[in-house]
Design a protein around this ligand. Structure first.
Ligand code: ADP
Ligand code: 3PG
Ligand code: MG
Length: 393
C-alpha cells in the first residue's frame, strides 16, 4: 500500500508540491469543456489546505509546443478561486526569479497554481536538472494525477523521485478500483472494449484475456478483429497493419478458453448514398461503413453484462457523438447500469458518453484515466506510482 496524504503528519507550513492532472478537454479557442478532472482533485487540495500546508499545484494541459495562450492554466486558477475564495494564487512561471519567494510568502492553507509544466521542453524529456529545480520549491511531493502516471515526465516522475512523497485521495480511489479489477474481480468478469484506437488497445485486450472471463469488442476497433476472422467489413474503418496481431489475440483467447464476442450486426451507411440513410445489416457489403453495433449485438452483449459480477468498460461501441450512432453505446451503458455488477468505466470518450446518457450515477466508478488505465491493465502498475513510498505499517 502506498503512503497517502493521510499518513503525512505536521503539514502546517509545509510546501507541498501537488501534481494533478488538469488536462481537461478544450476546444480550439482554449475553452474548457468539462471540469471533471479539476473537480476530482479538489478533495486532496482541500485536505492539504485544511491541514495548513502551502499547496503548490502543478499540471500540464494539452501538448503545447512552447508557450501557447490557449493552453494556459489561468482559466483553471479562476475556477479554483471560486471553490476556495481568497486562497488561490497563480504564477505564470515555474522557474523564474521570485516564484520561490511567492511560495514562501503564502499563508498556511493557501494555494498557488503554477503555469502549464509542458510550456518547458524539459518536462517531457524528464530533464533531471529541471526536476531538481522544481523540487526546490517544495518540502514534499504528492501525486494525485493517476491519469498521467504512465508518463515519465519531470514534474511527476523526476520530482517524485527527489522529494519525500505520497499519493493523493483521487489516486487512492483510482488504485483501489484498478485493484478490484485486476487482483480479485467478482466473477464473471466482463470487459467491454470499443473506440477507435486499435493499436493502442491491442496489448490491453491481450492482458484482459488473462484476467477477464468474457470480452465484448465493439466500436471501430471491432472491424479489425472481424477482418482477422475473415468477415467482410466493406468500407468500415480498419487498421490493416493490426490484423495479424488481432488474429494472434483471438487465437490466444481460444487457446485460453476465453470468450471474445464480436458484433453480429451493424448500423451502417453507404459511402455513395448522399442522404446517408442508415441501415441495420448482418453483413456489410459494397461501400457500407459500420458506425454502430446493431440490435442483435446490443442484446448479445447486454445478456453477458447482466450476468457479470465485475465490469470494465473502455471505448464507445459506435460513433456516439453523432446522434444517429449513439444507440449502441447508450444501451450498453443502460445494461451496465441495470446489472448488479461492480462497474468501472475509463477513457475520456467513454466517460463523456456515460455522462451524456444520464446514467453516470448508476456506474460504480468513473475513472479519470484514459491511456493510464490501459497501461495499468497491461503492466499491473504505473511508473509514477511505483516511485511512491510504501506505507509504514
Ligand atoms: P476512449 O476515449 O474512451 O478511450 P477512444 O478514444 O478509443 O475511447 O474512442 C472514441 C472514439 O471512437 C470516438 O470518437 C468514436 O466516435 C469513435 N468510434 C467508435 N466506434 C466507431 C465506428 N464504428 N466508426 C468510427 N468511429 C468510431
Ligand atoms: C491524458 O489525458 O490521458 C493525460 O493527461 C495524459 O496526456 P498525454 O496523453 O498528452 O500525455
Ligand atoms: Mg478518446
Amino acid at each position: 500500500m502506498k503512503r497517502t496524504i493521510k499518513d503525512l503528519v505536521n503539514l502546517k507550513g509545509k510546501r507541498v508540491l501537488l501534481r494533478v492532472d488538469f488536462n481537461v478537454p478544450i476546444d480550439d479557442a482554449g475553452r474548457m469543456l468539462d471540469m471533471t478532472r479539476v473537480n476530482e482533485a479538489i478533495p486532496t487540495i482541500k485536505y492539504l489546505s485544511e491541514q495548513g500546508a502551502k499547496v503548490v499545484l502543478m499540471s500540464h494541459l494539452g501538448r503545447p509546443d512552447g508557450f501557447e495562450i490557449t493552453k494556459s492554466l489561468w482559466p483553471i486558477a479562476l475556477y479554483l478561486m471560486k471553490k476556495f475564495p481568497n486562497k488561490v494564487h497563480f504564477s505564470n512561471h515555474i522557474l523564474a526569479e521570485g516564484v520561490k519567494e511567492r511560495i514562501d510568502a503564502l499563508n498556511n492553507g493557501e494555494i498557488l497554481l503554477l503555469e502549464n509544466v509542458r510550456f518547458y521542453e524539459q518536462e517531457e524529456a524528464c530533464d533531471m536538472d529541471f526536476a531538481k529545480k522544481i523540487s526546490e520549491l517544495g518540502d514534499l511531493f504528492v501525486n494525485d494525477a493517476f491519469s498521467v502516471s504512465h508518463r515519465k515526465h519531470a514534474s511527476i516522475y523526476g520530482v517524485g523521485r527527489i522529494l519525500p512523497n505520497a499519493i493523493g485521495l483521487l489516486m487512492e480511489k483510482e488504485l483501489h478500483n484498478m485493484g478490484l479489477c485486476l487482483e480479485n474481480p467478482k466473477r464473471p468478469f466482463v470487459a467491454i472494449i470499443g473506440g477507435a484506437k486499435v493499436k493502442d488497445k491491442i496489448k490491453t485486450i491481450k492482458k484482459l484475456i488473462d484476467i477477464a472471463d468474457c470480452i465484448l469488442l465493439g466500436g471501430a476497433m471491432a472491424y479489425t478483429f472481424l477482418v482477422a476472422e475473415g468477415i467482410a467489413v466493406a468500407s468500415s474503418k480498419t487498421s490493416i497493419e493490426s490484423v495479424p496481431v488481432a488474429k494472434e489475440v483471438l487465437d490466444y483467447a481460444r487457446e485460453k478458453g476465453k470468450r471474445v464476442l464480436l458484433p453480429i450486426d451493424h448500423i451502417a451507411i453507404r459511402e455513395s448514398d448522399k442522404k446517408e440513410k442508415k441501415e441495420i445489416v448482418d453483413f456489410m457489403i459494397d461501400d457500407m461503413i459500420g458506425y454502430d453495433i446493431g440490435p442483435k449485438t446490443i442484446k448479445l452483449f447486454s445478456d453477458e453484462i447482466l450476468k457479470a459480477g465485475q465490469i470494465l468498460w473502455n471505448g464507445p461501441l459506435g460513433k456516439y457523438e453523432d446522434e444517429r450512432f449513439k444507440e449502441g453505446t447508450f444501451k450498453i451503458a443502460k445494461a451496465i447500469a441495470d446489472s448488479k455488477a461492480y462497474s468501472i468505466v475509463g477513457g475520456g470518450d467513454s466517460v463523456s458518453a456515460v455522462k451524456q446518457s444520464g446514467l453516470a450515477s448508476s456506474i460504480n466508478f468513473l475513472s479519470t484515466g484514459g491511456g493510464a488505465t490501459l497501461k495499468f491493465i497491461e503492466d499491473g502498475s504505473l511508473p509514477c506510482v511505483d516511485i511512491i513510498q510504501e506505507k509504514i505499517r
